[in-house]
Design a protein around this ligand. Structure first.
Ligand SMILES: C[S@@+](CC[C@H](N)C(=O)[O-])C[C@H]1O[C@@H](n2cnc3c(N)ncnc32)[C@H](O)[C@@H]1O
Length: 290
């Protein structure tokens, strides 16, 4: 509980009291106190606030939204994937006031529940949320969020909230609405974009000629940047099983959908899934080989 700063970079870093110096310059102040206390005392202060607690970030969300600068960036990590992905649905209702889904859409829905919750919390501070990049990886969720100040901006973000439905066949639908009018709705969840074009361009420029510590970072970012940014996806294996069909290779499904004039891509949520703007019937026809 006493350590709230994790530093992970190379350089001549040393500590002196509660200050840390890098190459002789004062760049970092280490605070060993409670993160909520620190954030509560620093109203609209931090340019970049990286919330990376154990489990759920909810305990820190209010203070974080108050202490990040209005032009700042809030990074949020959630490792309570069991809760957000429906293994513990009651805990999800309690912590996020949302109903999670199980099955092949659980990771994307979990991420969107997390984002939807941040949007709802931010709205009361008249903050609209801009999702710079949000993803699921190695059993955790991660989001980088920018903000737009003002009541109208907050309302605009709220208008991207809605609900998800899924049938036995795997057909899904979603609707942007404050209150679901049909039964068996999952959510509320964020139905807006999961990445911002300008942010992605900046990240890829930064990465030119730079080798990140992890070999998989660059391929993962490439996958994210090429991913079609539409809500939810079709898992070809799950869909085949649900409809008594043979599984077809993802690359073949994408090719076929593109031949038919639809947009289609792989998704980081699952190696066997496709994101597309094609209707459910067309995806089923493609799996059938029609
Ligand atoms: C998942 S780790 C973060 C690791 C860090 N971001 C890194 O990449 O090295 C969570 C950290 O939050 C700290 N922590 C938990 N509750 C805290 C609180 N209320 N105030 C400050 N730090 C807290 C824990 O001690 C732990 O070091």
């Amino acid at each position: 509980m006493k350590q709230n700063v994790g530093l992970n970079f190379e350089g001549e870093l040393y500590e002196e009291g509660d200050r840390a110096y890098l190459w002789g310059k004062k760049l970092i102040v280490i605070n060993r106190g409670d993160a909520n206390g620190l954030m509560a005392e620093n109203f609209r202060y931090f340019d970049l606030l990286d919330l990376d607690p154990f489990g759920s970030p909810m305990e820190f969300l209010d203070t974080a939204l108050r202490s990040v600068r209005r032009r700042g960036v809030l990074a949020v990590t959630a490792t309570d994937t069991g809760v957000l992905c429906g293994a513990y649905a009651r805990a999800c209702l309690k912590n996020y006031l949302a109903r999670p889904i199980r099955g092949e859409l659980c990771h994307e829905a979990g991420l969107r529940i997390l984002l939807g919750t941040v949007v709802r919390y931010a709205a009361k501070y008249d903050l609209g949320v801009e999702v710079l990049l949000a993803y699921y990886r190695d059993h955790y969720f991660r989001a980088f969020l920018g903000f737009k100040s003002g009541a109208r901006k907050a309302e605009k973000s709220l208008s991207q909230l809605g609900y998800l439905w899924q049938e036995e066949s795997g057909r899904f639908s979603y609707e942007r609405t404050f209150l679901p009018e049909r039964p068996n709705a999952y959510g509320p969840l964020w139905l807006g974009p999961l990445k911002g074009e300008a942010f992605m361009e900046e990240v890829s420029k930064e990465l030119e000629g730079f080798e990140p510590a992890h070999k998989k970072t660059k391929p993962f970012l490439k996958l994210l940047s090429e991913e079609l940014d539409v809500p939810f996806h079709y898992d070809t294996h799950a869909l085949a099983k649900r409809n008594g069909l043979q599984a077809v290779k993802v690359s073949t499904v994408i090719e076929r959908l593109e031949e038919l004039g639809y947009l289609a891509s792989r998704t980081h949520f699952s190696p066997t899934s496709v994101k597309t703007n094609a209707p459910f019937e067309v995806v089923i026809d493609v799996l059938r080989g029609d």
